[in-house]
Design a protein around this ligand. Structure first.
Ligand code: CUA
Length: 214
């Protein structure tokens, strides 16, 4: 998704700065070990102290401003086509498509008894989320018992599901396929077994799915 792309750009940007600092500091430290310069009367140096305070400040600004940009970008939601409600339970997710005749279903992980060669171990669910690709989708997240977290790394989405609260995030999938996620708040004994599975399809097929849903 475009937001995941922005996340990656920011990660790379920050990593480059980090590498530059590591190389510089590493070089200076190695130099300190192997030279023989000694000055017993050096007690202060106003100018160098000023420089090594200002330079990190400027460096931090170069990380903080893109970080803030990304933060606001992730929160932006423009004209979503549909809304998906996602409710966390111990230990499964349930989903509601309130836009279309209130479609709702539970989504459990497929257990070993029903397992076959086509299933993804610990990630497959019995009822997948079906979403149209290339569309803005609003996600409303909440929970009924304890805090869960609706997390899909490949789409750059991670949002907590709190009981008594409604959180909002957005999703944009720019290709068809299956996308996996997991709960990422320690929510109890079966925390590891409440995966999220999104099937992204074309809008035509999505309308077809909605029409034939029973
Ligand atoms: Cu739900 Cu961890």
């Amino acid at each position: 998704s475009p937001l995941k792309e922005q996340n990656i750009f920011f990660h790379d940007h920050t990593l480059i700065i980090l590498i530059m600092i590591t190389i510089l500091v590493g070089y200076l430290m190695i130099n300190l070990f192997f030279n023989k310069y000694i000055n017993r009367f050096l007690l202060e140096g106003q100018m160098i102290e000023l420089i090594w305070t200002i330079i990190p400040t400027i460096t931090l600004i170069f990380i903080a401003l893109p970080s803030l940009r990304l933060l606001y970008l992730l929160d932006e939601l423009n004209n979503p086509l549909i809304t998906l409600k996602s409710i966390g339970h111990q230990w499964y997710w349930s989903y509601e498509y309130s836009d279309f005749n209130n479609i709702e279903f539970d989504s459990y992980m497929i257990n070993y008894e029903k397992f076959n060669i086509n299933n993804f171990r610990l990630l497959d669910v019995d009822n997948r989320i079906i979403l149209p690709m290339n569309n803005q989708i609003r996600i409303m997240v909440t929970a009924t018992d304890v805090i869960h977290s609706w997390t899909i790394p490949s789409l750059g989405v991670k949002i907590d599901a709190n009981p008594g609260r409604l959180n909002q995030t957005n999703l944009f999938i720019n290709r068809p396929g299956i996308f996996f996620g997991q709960c990422s708040k320690i929510c109890g004994a079966n925390h590891s077994f409440m995966p999220i599975m999104i099937e992204s399809i074309s809008i035509k097929n999505f309308i077809n799915w909605i029409n034939n849903y029973s």
